[in-house]
Design a protein around this ligand. Sequence first.
Ligand SMILES: CC(=O)N[C@H](C=O)[C@@H](O)[C@H](O)[C@H](O)COP(=O)(O)O
Length: 228
Amino acid sequence: MTFEIQSLKNGLIVSCQPVKGGVMDNAAMVVGFALAALNGGAAALRIESADYVRAVRQATDRPIIGLVKRDLTTSPVRITPLIEDVDALAAAGADIIAYDATQRTRPVETRRLIERIQATGKIAMADCSVSSDAAQALREGAEIVGSTLAGYTGPVEPTEPDFALIAAMRRLTPFVVAEGCVRTPEQASQALRVGAFTVVVGSAITRPEHVTSWFRTALDETLASSGA
Ligand SMILES: CC(=O)N[C@H](C=O)[C@@H](O)[C@H](O)[C@H](O)COP(=O)(O)O
């Protein structure tokens, strides 16, 4: 199947990335989440690791954004830092390959990652933290930019989508993926309103441990403020 970026317009992409080492962290669960998401109306999937991309590819011909996460000792870059990651994701059947597009110390230059993604016939998605990441990625030839890493380069993890970044990226290209902390249907809608081409939702659909903790925290805060 030839993949067209245009097929993602106004679509919902579900990221099926279980909590690492958690009870859902196996291929059967990832495939289950992926097929359930497609049954619910997802246009595409975002899948971590070549093994899980391969498993999901065997179950569906719908578009897959693939990525590999690594914890390197020499760099804070986690998402698809190496050429071998690109090759593994391409061989496993990803249509789009996401890479960390931040301007931080890294083992392989972003320009080389993009070249390799495109040499394998795949589309490059730049996971950005700020607008200048997206500008550089587009200059280097990436086809799609995402707000994936907004707030993730600092010490405190974000809890809200960065709508300002999405809007800023939309001034650079129409192909903007709103990703990161989209936790409600209202936030997904707002992402489209500020210019997103497509919206990724992950934890709110496929990490029940996180969703449970959000509810638990809300109850705890209510109890604390009422003095109960
Ligand atoms: C920062 C980082 O490493 N983000 C990762 C990128 O693939 C995933 O852990 C996120 O789940 C994904 O971006 C979707 O975001 P959310 O789960 O907030 O809907």
